[in-house]
Design a protein. Structure first.
Length: 547
């Protein structure tokens, strides 16, 4: 059919072809009728039908009509009596001729319509094929353009990543410079107090004078401030060892209320809005108290002319949408503690840097700039979240979110520091393992002053050798970080030799040897360096009694 349509379309472009087919078809039809007359007796027009259809298909309406007229004249002249005349002698002849003209005309119309439809279909197919070819060409061109664009975008992204990496590197260098500068400044100040006081005591003792108590207190204060700064740095870096317990935040806030009122002074009003049925959380209660004190002190300093401070507790649910906006935050249930002041507030730029170490808007000598960074480090280390909401001249709210604890009830609050002397030993034998000779000498002296018998070891192998021969050993007191064999390995091997032996760890830094994600393993006791004689005495008695 496609070839027939193509033939018809080609023939119709040449008008003479259709007329020639009309004449030729009529002649062939007449010759066929005359040759086969006995077969077509009674059907004088049937042999002309193919010629009419051929003329209509190849030439259109005009050649088709021409073929019908020529066929009619040929039938009238050659096939209907009287032959050789165009005169029809009967009504039946006129009826036959009229029927042929009508049928022929209908066939011509149908054939022409069919051929035109086929030709249009072919044209449409060709146009569609051409459109598809153009579309494929356009798609190929666009793909080439997209490939080039993607290559340009990748190059741009690589350039941007390089620029961002350089920017992050510069920011890290700036932060390191700010951190080291702040540490050096504060440590120099504190060491100046310690060294100056010790030098003054040495000169007075050399002169035979004993009035050194004032200088001794100053040296102790400088050393205490240095230890506090070290703990703040550990908290900021999330390396502060935590001893979590189940805590009722309402009870903790209520227990601190009297201390907080004294800290705030008379010009600042304190209001505690504690939620009913508050969930429990599992955190280090001492570190939570320090964090709360830091927030209150920052709020106090933001209200030099007085104001109001509100501490609020609530049960909070942080959903997936909120958690998706914060790195390292899991959606779930939290205990929220909010500290709100009516002070000077912070600009967005200041609030964005509030948790940076040594960043402070206070005057010289009025703060280390580690208070909020310590809070941030402790909350993050406790798998919590902290956020600042502030507006200049309208005050600040700091919200700390601590994960809800499900399980046993809250532990009783830790006992307050007592003024009585530390409990003394009863000549129990303690094995002290410390690789630093100066530190080992000091710690051994503290143990003997507390009434304990002491055996000293400089490392793990020496300690294990002493364990095999020591009789009546009651406790192992070991440093954590030591060359070769760390304190945990020493403790594990010691307990293989002496099952149930109590162990007290000490360290100035909390490594992964005894911590899992910054938290002590269950049943482990840790005393962080530096510590006082009182702290050592109480911790020793606690470990011995629990062991």
């Amino acid at each position: 059919m496609a070839n027939l349509y193509a033939l018809g379309e080609a023939a119709r472009r040449r008008r003479w072809v259709g007329h020639a087919v009309a004449v030729a078809g009529t002649a062939l039809g007449l010759g066929l009728r005359l040759a086969l007359g006995e077969w077509f007796q009674g059907f004088p027009f049937i042999s002309f039908i193919p010629g009419v259809l051929a003329a209509a298909c190849l030439g259109g309406l005009v050649p088709g009509v021409l073929a019908v007229l020529l066929s009619s004249l040929a039938v009238c002249y050659f096939l209907i009596e009287p032959v050789g005349s165009f005169t029809l002698g009967s009504v039946s002849a006129w009826m036959g001729l009229g029927s042929f003209v009508a049928v022929g005309g209908g066939l011509v119309g149908l054939a022409d319509l069919a051929m035109r439809s086929g030709i249009r279909l072919g044209e449409t197919s060709r146009a569609l094929a051409a459109a598809n070819a153009r579309l494929e060409q356009t798609v190929a061109e666009r793909m080439r353009e997209l490939t080039l664009l993607n290559a340009e975008l990748r190059a741009e992204m690589e350039r941007r990543d390089g620029s961002e990496a350089q920017l992050r590197h510069l920011q890290k260098l700036e932060a390191v410079g700010q951190l080291t500068g702040g540490i050096a400044h504060d440590f120099n100040n504190m060491l100046a107090i310690v060294i100056g006081s010790l030098d003054a005591m040495r000169r007075r003792l050399a002169q035979g004078r004993t009035d050194i108590e004032r200088h001794l207190d100053a040296a102790m204060e400088g050393a205490r401030r240095t230890a506090t700064l070290t703990h703040k740095l550990l908290a900021f870096s999330r390396n502060q060892p935590l001893a979590p317990a189940v805590v009722d935040a309402n009870a903790l806030v209520a227990g601190l209320e009297h201390l907080l009122r004294r800290t705030l002074g008379e010009t600042i009003g304190l209001r505690c809005a504690l939620a009913d049925d508050l969930w429990r959380c599992r955190v280090d209660p001492g570190q939570l108290e320090n964090a709360l004190l830091n927030l209150v002190i920052n709020a106090r300093d933001a209200m030099p002319e007085g104001g109001r401070l509100t501490i609020e507790t609530q049960n909070a649910w942080l959903d997936d949408a909120y958690a998706a906006e914060e790195p390292d935050l899991l959606a779930g249930q939290y205990v929220m503690i909010a500290v709100t002041d009516t002070g000077c507030g912070m600009t967005p730029e200041v609030a964005a840097r509030a948790f940076d170490p040594f960043f402070t808007t206070k005057g010289e000598g009025r703060g280390t700039g580690l208070g909020l960074s310590q809070v941030h480090g402790f909350i993050k280390q406790s798998q919590g979240h902290v956020r600042i909401y502030s507006e200049p001249t309208h005050g600040t709210t700091v919200k700390a979110y601590l994960p809800r604890h499900r399980g046993e009830e809250a532990s009783p609050p830790p006992p307050a520091d007592r003024a009585e002397p530390p409990p003394r030993g009863q000549r129990e034998l303690v094995l002290l393992v410390e690789d630093d000779p100066a530190v080992r000498r000091v710690h051994a002296g503290m143990l003997r002053e507390l009434g304990y018998a002491v055996q000293e070891a400089a490392d793990g192998p020496e300690a294990l050798a002493l364990l095999e021969s020591a009789e009546g050993l009651r406790l192992l007191f070991t440093d954590v970080v030591m060359p070769g064999m760390n304190g945990r390995v020493v403790a594990e091997r010691a307990r293989m030799l002496r099952p149930g032996l109590p162990v007290l760890y000490t360290t100035g830094y909390a490594p992964n040897a005894i911590l899992h994600n910054g938290v002590l393993d269950a049943g482990m006791a840790l005393l962080t360096k530096p510590f006082t004689l009182d702290q050592l005495g109480r911790k020793l008695r606690q470990v011995l009694e629990e062991g």
